[in-house]
Design a protein. Sequence first.
Length: 187
Amino acid sequence: MKVLRSRSKSLIGVAVLCASVLSGCGLPVEGSYPTKRKGEDPVYSKSDADFEANRKTIFGPGGLSLGGPDKPRDEGGGSGIGVNSFLWRASLDTISFMPVNSADPFGGVIITDWHSDAQAPAERFKLNVYIMGRALRADGVRVAVFRQVQDTRGTWRDSPVPDDASTDVENSILTKARQLRNESLQR
């Protein structure tokens, strides 16, 4: 009997603790919003609707939407990937001569494996391509180029990359993406 009473007391204690924590998470009760007084910050003069529209939540601006996005999406070519589909396809086409190590269409990251050209077997390159969003824009793609050179003992050593190497790859991807978009508009 004593065990049952102590167990029920601890359950009641847990319930009271949970209720007090949850009550702190709720909306303020009617009349609890501060009112604007002369010389005070005008932020307190907002109406309840303005307050609800501009409050910060853990789900970000606009809150949690279970019915889909409320605003129109950027152009993306109509695919289900998380980045611009023209930039994605253009990136894969542009670097198709290199072995792809990893490709994440939702995060917009393509990582290649090391590639050596037959004409320069003592030099190899690796690319990381980052697609920055759903819009087809000049700043929508970033490329990181890595270069290694083989020394006389056969060990690969990191080596500097030419300054314009990543820009050249980015421009090739953007040109191909524009071509793909124009082809899709002509259909």
